[in-house]
Design a protein around this ligand. Structure first.
Ligand SMILES: [Zn+2]
Length: 216
């Protein structure tokens, strides 16, 4: 008798855990605002930065004055993101780190039909893969999407100058540099990878260094 009671309670506990995890995973949030191609604001005020991707910057304004000029395709990426999620309900998935240094919540964003927004933006050629350890849960899926977009020369890939040269990749940081960059020079021998073109570096999932900007 005692045994059957404990089995009953264990089963109950298991079901409660299942319910709880499916509830938290399935929770939907309303998207109030789209900042750009990789950042949104929920109606509860939280700002979400998409994990694993980087979309071109849009113009930045402060008190009506432009403080930072946007990058090519910045506006295009924002419009596309708006089309996908603005005023819609989304589901969030998290990785190891929950916040970035700006206090933004880091997430993989899905629609109710399970379309994966981070992936869709990369598939459209409106962002490149940005792998930041330890948040790599969907990195191979995102890289696959990027390879498809590169093959079809979509948006940023069509316009990207395919400079030939010697680029220095760092396998640890997953960034690539101009050979003149101090960070490129400092890369330890065991972490170094050489690339002949920027496309080769992107194909392997390396992202450009923000200091030397090997992809103008
Ligand atoms: Zn660099």
């Amino acid at each position: 008798m005692k045994k059957s009671i404990s089995i009953f309670f264990l089963a109950l506990l298991y079901m409660l855990c299942l319910c709880d995890s499916s509830f938290s995973q399935g929770k939907l949030y309303h998207v109030k605002w789209v900042d750009d191609g990789d950042t949104i604001v929920l109606s509860d005020g939280r700002r979400i930065r998409y994990i694993g991707i980087n979309a071109p910057e849009t113009d930045h304004f402060k008190n009506g004055n432009k403080t930072q000029r946007g990058e090519r395709f910045g506006q295009h990426a924002k419009k596309y993101n708006e089309k996908l999620v603005h005023l819609k309900k989304v589901r969030l998935e998290f990785d190891h780190e929950k916040y970035d240094r700006y206090g933004r919540l880091l997430a993989y964003v899905f629609l109710k039909d399970n379309s994966f927004i981070n992936e869709k933006i990369v598939q459209a050629g409106l962002a490149y893969c940005l792998s930041i350890k330890p948040n790599l849960h969907y990195s191979s899926r995102l890289l696959k999407a990027q390879r498809g977009a590169i093959a079809q020369r979509k948006n940023i890939w069509k316009k990207l100058e395919n400079k030939k040269g010697a680029f220095v990749g760092n396998q640890k940081s997953m960034r690539f540099h101009l050979p003149s960059c101090q960070f490129g020079k400092k890369t330890a021998q065991k972490n170094r990878v050489a690339f002949k073109t920027v496309y080769d570096a992107f194909y392997m999932g390396f992202a450009p260094c923000m200091k030397c900007r090997p992809n103008p």
